[in-house]
Design a protein around this ligand. Structure first.
Ligand code: SD4
Length: 311
C-alpha cells in the first residue's frame, strides 16, 4: 500500500493538509482525515474571503455555506447547500450521509436537520466581512438589486484567483488505500441569494471512487457543473489516464464548453488522486491555482499547470 497522502486546494489547503496528514498518519480512515482537514479551514477565521464563518456573504449580506463528503470505498455521500448559521457544513453533510436515506439537504430544512443532530446555531458574521460588503456593494443595499453587477453577467467574467477563492477541497488516501473527499465553501462572494455552485454537488465539486480515483474542483462553479467536472476527471482515470492528464482534459473541456457559447474560459481548477497515490492538478489560464500535497511528515505547496484554450 502507498503511504497515506492528502491533497487540498489553494494556499489555505496547507492548513487542511497538515491536519489531515496527522490524522492519516495516526491510521484514521480517509474520510475522517479529509473532514479533519476541511474543518481546520472552516475554523480558521483568517481565511476571510472564503470557507466557513467570517467569509464574504451573498448580495443581501447573508452568509450561506455549501459542502459535501464522499467515501470512496462504499460510494456513500452526503451534501448540504445554502445553510445558514451552521459552522461546520462538511460535518453536517456527513450526518446527511450517515443518518438519512438521502444525499442532499438544502436551506432551512438542512438547518432544521442540523438542529435535530445537535449542531448549535451560531453567528457567522465578522465585522470585517460586513464592512467590506457595505463598502464594496452599496448598490445592493440601496436598490435591492437582483441583477448581477457587470462582472457577473457572464460566469466567465467572474474573477477567481488566489486572492478571491472560496473552496477547500481535501482528497485523502489512508493506510488501507481507501480514498475520501470533502469539499466545503461559502460559494462565490456576493452571489445571488439562492445561488449554489458546484461545491456541494456530487460529481461536480467532488467525486471519489476507490476503483478509479478521487477528484475535486474549485473556481467558477457554473462552469464546473456544466461539464460534471469531478466526475469527468474520475472517469478519465478509470479509463487509464493519469491524474495529471485527467485534470488537463477537464480544463480543455471547460474551454471547449466556453467556446461553444462564444466566451473565454472561466477560472477553474481541478485536482486528482488515483488509487496508487499519484496526484495531479491543472487550471485554466488566469487562475493561478496553488495546492497542497502532504505525504509522510511533509506538506508542500505546488503550482498547478495552466491549460489555455488552445492547448
Ligand atoms: C462555487 N466553486 O461556489 C465555488 C467557488 C470556488 O474558488 O471554488 N471558488 O462556485
Amino acid at each position: 500500500m502507498p503511504d497515506p497522502i492528502v491533497i487540498a486546494t489553494w494556499p489555505f489547503g496547507k492548513v487542511a493538509a497538515e491536519a489531515a496528514l496527522k490524522s492519516l498518519n495516526r491510521g484514521e480512515p480517509a474520510l475522517d482525515a479529509a473532514l479533519v482537514g476541511a474543518q481546520a479551514v472552516e475554523n480558521d477565521y483568517s481565511v476571510r474571503t472564503s470557507v466557513g464563518f467570517g467569509s464574504l456573504p451573498d448580495r443581501l449580506g447573508r452568509l450561506t455555506l455549501d459542502a459535501c463528503v464522499m467515501d470512496g470505498k462504499t460510494l456513500s455521500c452526503g451534501a448540504v447547500a445554502a445553510v445558514e448559521h451552521i459552522k461546520h457544513p462538511a460535518a453536517l453533510a456527513r450526518r446527511v450521509m450517515e443518518k438519512t436515506p438521502h444525499v442532499f439537504l438544502v436551506g432551512e430544512a438542512a438547518k432544521w436537520f442540523a438542529l435535530q443532530q445537535g449542531f448549535p446555531l451560531e453567528v457567522p458574521y465578522t465585522t470585517e466581512a460586513i464592512k467590506e460588503w457595505l463598502e464594496k456593494h452599496p448598490d445592493f443595499r440601496k436598490k435591492g438589486e437582483v441583477k448581477p453587477p457587470a462582472p457577473c453577467d457572464n460566469p466567465s467574467d467572474i474573477n477567481v484567483d488566489e486572492h478571491n477563492h472560496d473552496t477547500v477541497t481535501v482528497l485523502t488516501q489512508d493506510k488501507k488505500g481507501n480514498l475520501g473527499g470533502v469539499c466545503t465553501t461559502s460559494g462565490l462572494a456576493y452571489k445571488l441569494p439562492g445561488r449554489v455552485g458546484d461545491s456541494p454537488i456530487i460529481g461536480a465539486g467532488l467525486y471519489v471512487d476507490d476503483l478509479a480515483g478521487a477528484a475535486g474542483a474549485t473556481g467558477v462553479g457554473e462552469e464546473i457543473i456544466r461539464i460534471c467536472g469531478s466526475s469527468f476527471v474520475v472517469e478519465q482515470m478509470r479509463g487509464g489516464k493519469s491524474p495529471q492528464e485527467a485534470c488537463e482534459l477537464a480544463c480543455k473541456r471547460v474551454s471547449a464548453a466556453a467556446a461553444r457559447r462564444g466566451v473565454h474560459p472561466a477560472a477553474v481548477a481541478f485536482l486528482a488522486l488515483d488509487p496508487k497515490g499519484n496526484t495531479g492538478a491543472a487550471c485554466t489560464t488566469r487562475t493561478n491555482f496553488k495546492y497542497a500535497v502532504g505525504r509522510g511528515e511533509k506538506v508542500e505547496m505546488l503550482q498547478a499547470k495552466e491549460i489555455g484554450p488552445d492547448a
